[in-house]
Structures are given as structure tokens and as C-alpha cells.
Design a binder for this molecule. Structure first.
Ligand code: HEC
Length: 153
């Protein structure tokens, strides 16, 4: 074996070990954030993002889901309806976000930008009692989020 290939092999083993270690840390930080307990409200969006999202929700979603997320043609996105759905299906932020970013608005699926979908998700979280934090919710983080949906309304 040449020195060059030995070095490459050692580097990739180290990289694999790092990936395993960081995956563990990631899982632990999610448990610490209350994800495993369900119904906890971790801070995963920013306040300014939610404010922008409220306007986008009003323009693109409220006609069917209600100005107070109370439902209409479409189901309620807050309150007892949401809590029952979340309880029965273990609905996560990722589940809801994936559905709405691919299927909504019903009359124009996936027509908004990734940033707009993340802003609207931030608004839905704020409305349902999740606290704002320092980081913006991104499309990628929202899609993967295991945080369980819950409404404080
Ligand atoms: C033209 C009416 C209409 C518009 C506009 C609309 N929706 Fe919907 N939405 C619906 C209907 C109807 C359903 C139920 C569809 C189903 O169960 O297959 C639904 C389902 C959903 C669900 C799943 C909720 C659940 O309880 O299963 C989410 C989340 C959602 N919409 C979010 C949004 C968001 C966010 C927007 C704006 C970007 C939006 N919708 C715009 C009609 C609409």
C-alpha cells in the first residue's frame, strides 16, 4: 500500500467516526429540546420570519383555512382539531410542512418559494404557542423536523 492510499483510508475512517458522533449529538440535542416528550414547544423559528409568514398566510391560505387558522373549506390548523390529528398520527412539523409545501395552496400546489413556506410554517408555530428563537426556520430544517405539532389554543 502506498503512503498516499493509507492516508486516505485513515482520513475516511476518521470522517465516518465524526459523522456517527455528530449524529448522536444531534439526536441528544433533539431530546433535550423536548421533541421526544411530544407537546413541548421548542424555539425553532424567528419572530421576524413569523411576522412575514403571517402576511403570506393571509394572502395564500386564509381563504380556505380561516384568518384565525380555525378552518373553513380546509381543516383547522390550530386548536382541538390539530391536537386530535397530532395525537392520532404523531404529526410532526416535518409531516405538516412536507404536506403543505408540496400540496398547498390546494389550487396552486408548490407555487410559493421555499422561503415563503418556511415563513408560513413559522407563523403557524407562533400562532399555536411555540416560542420564537434566534434562528430562522429553513425549508430543509422544517422538512426534517421531528418536533411534534401541538396547539396551545
Ligand atoms: C382552495 C382552498 C385551500 C387553500 C388556498 C389552501 N388550502 Fe390547505 N387544505 C385545503 C383542503 C381542502 C385540505 C384537506 C386536503 C386533504 O385532506 O387532502 C387542506 C389541507 C391542508 C393541510 C393538512 C391539514 C390536515 O389537518 O390534514 C395543511 C397543513 C394545509 N392545508 C396548509 C395550507 C397552507 C399553508 C396554505 C397556504 C400556503 C393552504 N393550505 C392553502 C384547502 C386549501
Amino acid at each position: 500500500m502506498s503512503l498516499g492510499s493509507r492516508r486516505t483510508a485513515a482520513t475516511s475512517v476518521a470522517a465516518a467516526a465524526f459523522l456517527v458522533a455528530s449524529a448522536g449529538a444531534f439526536a441528544k440535542s433533539h431530546v433535550a429540546a423536548g421533541v421526544a416528550s411530544g407537546g413541548a414547544h421548542p424555539a425553532i423559528y424567528s419572530a421576524s420570519q413569523a411576522a412575514v409568514g403571517g402576511k403570506a398566510y393571509g394572502a395564500n391560505c386564509a381563504s380556505c383555512h380561516g384568518a384565525q387558522l380555525e378552518g373553513g373549506v380546509g381543516p383547522a390548523l390550530s386548536g382541538a382539531t390539530l391536537n386530535t390529528l397530532a395525537k392520532n398520527t404523531k404529526l410532526s412539523v416535518g409531516d405538516m410542512f412536507t404536506f403543505m409545501s408540496l400540496q398547498m395552496p390546494l389550487n396552486a400546489p408548490a407555487s410559493l418559494s421555499k422561503a415563503q413556506y418556511a415563513q408560513i410554517m413559522a407563523y403557524i408555530l407562533k400562532y399555536n404557542g411555540y416560542p420564537a428563537g434566534s434562528k430562522e426556520l429553513t425549508y430543509a430544517v422544517a422538512t426534517d423536523s421531528k418536533v411534534i405539532m401541538h396547539s396551545a389554543k
